[in-house]
Write a protein that binds this ligand. Structure first.
Ligand SMILES: Cc1cc2nc3c(=O)[nH]c(=O)nc-3n(C[C@H](O)[C@H](O)[C@H](O)COP(=O)(O)OP(=O)(O)OC[C@H]3O[C@@H](n4cnc5c(N)ncnc54)[C@H](O)[C@@H]3O)c2cc1C
Length: 540
């Protein structure tokens, strides 16, 4: 097969237009084309008056070699790659060795658990939170009644941080083994919509994510895996070998019991603050790392659709428009849009009492009234929190606590209209754009709960973004804060064998350990680390 990329056809093209377009592109007669199948579909909306759909197709031709030779210099015409997943090892038949443990049932832990189970290693998966349907009730408890459960919320529980989300499934990590394809195929097998396999910017939406993680749990349990909910790892049992190296011997659980194991995958996410403190206390090597801080900004989705798609706004093949913005400011900071959620809502994403945190989510339909996105500024340890590996957590907590107070100390979030913000005056009321954050938004002054350099950078960037997307800086657009958990504030150092560089048997993985940013890259990292654990067990 030949993989043909970058094939453009007009919006509303007839399905029958595909074959002639392929023939024209490859200089083929109609009878030289035996078949074609869809690999990817995106759109090119740079010219709003002539929006095009952009396809990648697998093409079956009568004389593949001559076509490939004719297009040898053309990067859009290549042999179709083999994207099949191959297990790197398997447990010996009847294997009954000491079971590996996965700490955390987010995307990273879920895929680490799945691949370990598929390889026959019967993993034990621990999570401090609850099973997804119970967790959903607790999360709604915060959103509807301002009641926070610190162990069961948007950050903690089955499915991890990504469950209440837009479920965007794309990432920028290099993926020469097409592990991302394995993730998408497993998601489809678990009930995700098929279009995630070919949409350029696939997304799943929250309600579908819930039933999918349940289906994957059933698969892991059927393969001999085991889940333990409301089981927080509170400490490590380590032993020192003759050469002074430290090795994992077990995990101390919240009930004080010890779970013996020689291999544990640390897939604990970016909000596992007490666990980071414990690991630091135990001398597990880690460093502070850059992340970003800011707010969520909301506009009516219709404004964004019109700005991006003009008269084609609302077209079924285009869906709710997304955007990606960035601006380098005079104060040396960069403002950029983060985790944009078309047709979604802003959610209360805190996991700690007395702190307010925002994030965003959408349903698969992306049909809610507002568009929202993180609007954030990059920060780094040396410049903003140089005090040590855990200093980024202190930095987050500081602004989250101020946001809690500015919102009225009730998990309501502080909000401000763009008009008031740019005029440097507190909001007394909100305008025509109704904020979606629940339990509620308190009109106030966001400069009370964000660093001055962020405020300064926003004041410079918003008018710039308003010239790129009409009405982006509309006075009634509304900002809700604070967005502090954009990625992990630290990295737990690991070697080429995916083990902690100073504790053998401990495998830092996923977003929390600083090796992923987003659902797909966390899942991919989970697969890689599971493979390393499997190989370590087999090689003994
Ligand atoms: C509201 C929201 C929306 C998002 N939207 C998207 C999106 O659309 N697309 C996207 O790609 N990314 C999105 N993200 C980011 C994405 O969710 C994360 O990047 C991803 O979930 C990271 O996966 P992970 O498995 O590494 O960690 P997590 O998903 O954070 O999972 C970590 C798990 O570890 C458990 N845990 C922590 N400490 C312990 C302990 N001591 N003992 C036992 N268990 C423990 C937690 O309970 C949690 O379930 C969103 C995040 C949020 C919060």
């Amino acid at each position: 097969m030949i993989r043909l990329s970058g094939l453009k056809l007009p919006l509303d093209h007839a399905p029958e237009a595909m074959a002639p377009a392929i023939c024209a592109r490859l200089g083929l007669e109609a009878d030289e084309l035996r078949g074609h199948s869809l690999v990817r579909r995106g759109n090119d909306a740079r010219r709003r008056s002539a929006i095009q759909l952009v396809y990648t197709m697998d093409v079956d031709v009568t004389d593949e070699a001559s076509v490939l030779a004719r297009f040898a210099q053309d990067h859009d015409v290549r042999p179709t790659p083999d994207t099949g997943y191959r297990f790197v090892t398997h447990a010996p038949d009847g294997w009954r060795g000491r079971r590996p443990v996965v700490i955390g049932a987010g995307p990273c832990g879920l895929f680490a658990g799945l691949v370990l189970a598929q390889m026959g290693f019967r993993p034990i998966i621990l999570d401090r939170g609850k099973v997804v349907r119970e967790r959903t009730k607790d999360t709604w408890g915060l959103w509807r009644r301002a009641e926070l459960n610190p162990d069961s919320n948007v950050q903690f529980g089955e499915g991890g941080a990504g469950t209440f989300s837009d479920g965007k499934l794309y990432c920028r990590v290099k993926d020469p083994r097409f592990l991302g394809r394995k993730v998408l195929e497993e998601f489809v097998a678990a009930g995700a919509p098929e279009d995630i396999l070919w949409e350029a910017h696939p997304h799943i939406g929250t309600f579908r994510l819930v039933s999918m993680v349940e289906a994957m749990r059933r698969q892991i349990e059927a393969l001999g895996g085991e889940y333990r909910w409301q089981t927080r790892v509170d400490d490590l049992v380590l032993e020192r070998s003759g050469d002074g190296a430290r090795r994992l011997r077990g995990l101390v659980l919240q009930d004080g019991s010890v779970l013996e194991t020689g291999q544990a995958i640390l897939a604990i996410g970016h909000s596992a603050r007490p666990t980071f403190a414990m690991l630091h206390r135990q001398g597990v090597e880690m460093q502070a790392k850059p992340f970003s801080i800011g707010v969520r900004i909301e506009h009516p989705q219709g404004w964004i659709d019109r700005a991006r798609y003009g008269n084609c706004a609302g077209h079924p093949d285009l869906g709710a428009a997304a955007y990606s913005l960035a601006h380098h400011c005079g104060n040396g900071r960069t403002v950029y849009s983060f985790c944009m959620c078309p047709g979604g809502r802003v959610v209360a994403a805190t996991s700690e009492e007395g702190r307010v945190v925002t994030n965003g989510m959408s349903q698969y339909s992306r049909a809610e009234f507002n568009a929202n996105s993180g609007l954030v500024v990059g920060i780094e340890p040396e410049r903003d929190y140089p005090e040590g590996p855990l200093a980024g957590i202190d930095f987050q907590r500081h602004w989250e606590s101020l946001a809690f107070v500015a919102g009225g100390s009730s998990y309501w979030a502080p909000g401000q209209t763009v008009g008031d913000f740019l005029a440097d005056r507190p909001s007394r009321a909100l305008g025509s754009v109704e904020p979606s954050y629940k339990p509620g938004v308190t009109p106030t002054d966001l400069s009370q709960c964000l660093p001055p350099f962020v405020i300064e950078a926003f004041r410079e960037a918003l008018p710039v973004f308003g010239r790129q997307i009409a009405n982006y800086d509309h006075p009634d657009a509304v900002m809700t804060g604070v967005e502090t958990r954009t990625s992990s504030p630290l990295r737990i150092t690991r070697g080429r064998d995916f083990q902690s560089i100073n504790v053998t048997g401990l495998y830092p993985a996923g977003e929390g350990a600083g090796y992923a940013g987003g659902i797909l890259s966390a899942a991919i990292d989970g697969i890689k680390v599971a493979e390393a654990v499997g190989q370590a067990i087999v090689s003994g």
